[in-house]
Design a protein around this ligand. Structure first.
Ligand code: SF4
Length: 368
């Protein structure tokens, strides 16, 4: 059995889990225009963009000899729950012999979950299974803490590209983790390497801070959004995202950590009383949270065909007016060009800067 999974931000976490269980794992390729084209060609036209990208990725994996693909399932009133079965049908229809194994949450169907666990663990002991999953989780926490540091520091770096290269090198190091203590060592070394770069913090108070919210796949997978976090950092702007892998794991798979994220849903309650699927309510909650933490603006990423985020987009104007925070909605599909994204961001940052100046003037006048 040659196994793999669709690419999302970094393959390290899933790779380590499968590898530690003794599987022959193929590292999925990062999506490119070729992936988008394959996905668009074989998916129903109005399916959401992440379905198309992951399908394209599955076809590429088949070309690399993979016969079993693990994906996480979904539930609730959005299409995530249909991903696996639809992708399996499409793969069968075009004659590719690949099994898609869908990991639903244990509470949805525990029998199905246990069956999948059996396939995943093969002959490994329960201890080895828990150890590999725990190692994967700890890697995700560690990598996210470094990524968050980069999101805050890169705008001040004299050589911003070097920080991006460094991040690629650091991610590679996590592939060699053997024990939990290796993770701490890699993380400390990574922090030292990042901090050793040259920075110019002179205009620190003047830097803008922008939040990125929206549907999880297009927020996390840079190839779909033209690496927007990197782009904003290169424009001298600090960023924070509404989604990081470790936080997804904690909020969806670790019952005792779920409460840590409840306040975000509560903050979205005023505008969206019910859960309408995807992360629509969280997106609104995060916008409120960013406003409370004095962020200068929010970029909202909505995949083409995404039903929940279409709903949250329809209330963005009201949220923006109520909170007096600029919000830039960007629709994500295979045609989103880099120059288009850059131009929209530049105009948006001008607006955010103007708002910041006005606010500072007002508080200067009050202070006199
Ligand atoms: S949240 Fe949107 S993009 Fe994601 S699976 Fe649901 S409908 Fe598709």
């Amino acid at each position: 059995m040659k196994i793999s999974f669709p690419y999302m931000e970094s393959p390290v976490v899933y790779y380590k889990i499968f590898e530690m269980l003794g599987h022959e794992v193929v590292i999925p390729p990062r999506p490119t225009q070729k992936t988008f084209k394959l996905g668009v060609k074989y998916s129903p036209e109005f399916s959401c963009f992440p379905l198309k990208v992951t399908l394209g990725n599955m076809i590429e994996l088949h070309e690399m000899g993979v016969d079993t693909i693990f994906i996480s399932g979904g539930y609730g009133p959005c299409r995530a729950g249909y991903y696996g079965p639809i992708q399996q049908q499409i793969l069968n229809y075009i004659g590719l012999d690949v099994d898609v194994i869908i990991f639903e949450q244990v509470q949805d169907d525990w029998r199905d979950f246990l069956n999948n666990v059996r396939v995943l663990k093969q002959d490994a002991s329960i201890y080895r299974l828990l150890r590999s999953v725990y190692t994967g989780y700890k890697i995700s926490v560690s990598m996210d803490s470094i990524l968050k540091l980069i999101h805050r520091m890169r705008p001040y770096a004299r050589d911003k590209r070097r920080i991006s290269e460094l991040w690629k090198e650091i991610q590679q190091e996590y592939f060699y983790v053997k024990k939990i203590r290796d993770i701490k060592q890699i993380e400390s070394r990574a922090r030292r390497r990042i901090k050793a770069q040259e920075y110019d913090f002179a205009g620190e108070n003047k830097r803008l801070r922008i939040g990125i919210v929206g549907e999880i796949y297009v927020v996390m997978e840079g190839s779909t959004n033209n690496y927007i976090d990197e782009m904003l950092n290169e424009m001298g702007v600090e960023v924070e995202r509404s989604h990081y892998l470790s936080e997804y794991i904690e909020s969806h798979m670790i019952p005792w950590k779920k409460n840590k994220y409840k306040h975000i849903l509560d903050k979205g309650e005023k505008y969206l009383e019910i859960i309408i699927g995807g992360h629509a309510k969280q997106s609104i909650g995060h916008i409120v949270d960013y406003k409370e933490r004095s962020f200068d603006g929010v970029v909202f990423l909505k995949p083409f065909g995404c039903l929940p985020e279409i709903i949250s987009q329809s209330i963005l104007d009201r949220v923006s007016q109520d909170l007096n925070i600029p919000i830039l909605p960007l629709s994500i599909d295979e045609q989103l060009g880099r120059t288009h994204t850059q131009t929209r961001l530049e105009a948006f940052l001008d607006l955010a800067r103007g708002k910041r100046r006005k606010k500072e003037k007002r508080s200067d006048i009050k202070g006199k």
